[in-house]
Write a protein that binds this ligand. Sequence first.
Ligand SMILES: *Cc1c(COP(=O)(O)O)cnc(C)c1O
Length: 390
Amino acid sequence: MNSTRRTEFLPFHRPSIGDAEIAEVVDTLRSGWLTMGPKTQRFEEKFAAYVGSRHAIAVNSCTAALHLLFEAIGLGPGDEVITTPYTFTATVASVLYTGATPVLVDTLAGYPNIDPQAVATRVSDRTKAIVPVHFAGMPCDMDRLGELAAGCGASLIDDAAHALPARYKGRMIGSIGRASAFSFYAGKNMTTGEGGMITTDDSALADALRIRRLHGISRDAWKRYTAEGSWYYEVEALGFKYNMTDINASLGLHQLDRLGEFQKRRHELIALYEENLAQVPGIVTPEVPSDVESAWHLYVVRLDPKRLRTTRNEVIELLKADNIGTSVHFIPAPLHPLYQQRLGCRKEDFPNAVGLYEQSISLPLFPAMADDDVLSVCRSLERIVAENQR
Ligand SMILES: *Cc1c(COP(=O)(O)O)cnc(C)c1O
């Protein structure tokens, strides 16, 4: 048995659900109102105030948020959306839902966010949206991407699934692009079980989104079963069933209250990782540009193949043997059969994203982790690296 093996399994992630969240869910269950209603509305108001946007529209996932946005801006066949291959499948798939064409451009070299120079080579009059992903919570170059979007009349819509809370040049992510999409999936920085949020300052867009998230029925349709409501409604647009429920919003209200506390703990854990991994040869820790504040959704380290004679996959297995759970973010879109078939993309065209993917491991990171948990991961990595030096 390894000298560094933990006795208890350390998961890659575990959500922090407190008594306040549980009490709020119970209150909702007893209230007689389970679906979208007053608690969702309160959650939206609180969320908009938190990121500094005029509107927040709650939905049942970030995938739904992206799809709804692409529908609301009228994407269809012939339109193009420029985005990154280094993301979760939902970013690219939600473009395909509308019949529009995702145009994938590579990340920067050795850095996981989209390369604005590469975006510049692909903008055209067919470009209707530019969709950056703030990888691991690290904001993209929003000024440059905003200029490129403005230059071709496209919308800057950011996939902010990792970026709560994050700042770009002092401004909160969620208040910069035309609209931003957040995720409250169980593994994200705060969770509603499943859920998502769109933020925007554009009131006409917000109206279009509110109508389309609930069957395309006229505004405030959810009130039709309340005392103020009426049975009559009209379907104004082709909508979807993407609304959040008050059960999920109950979790969100308190998770948002606790986000500051979660982030403080994430920062402490990151500092511990940094302190203990800085001197480990062959482990490359993430760099944060000076003009951004990361949400630190993930802590992704890279293995330098020049220093190590083991593969990323082997290291994952060795960590697992030490009772440590890890993950990989992301398997780039061009490696998936769907995108090879639908977009004709080849992995050779995305050397930066594919290179990052092949070297990266996401280490455990969640607020309930103890200092000792971080230290045990570092000890295991140090041993694995020491046994596999070139
Ligand atoms: C998690 C994630 C999504 C999808 O979020 P859901 O709420 O699960 O739909 C989209 N984009 C990125 C980058 C993600 O990590």
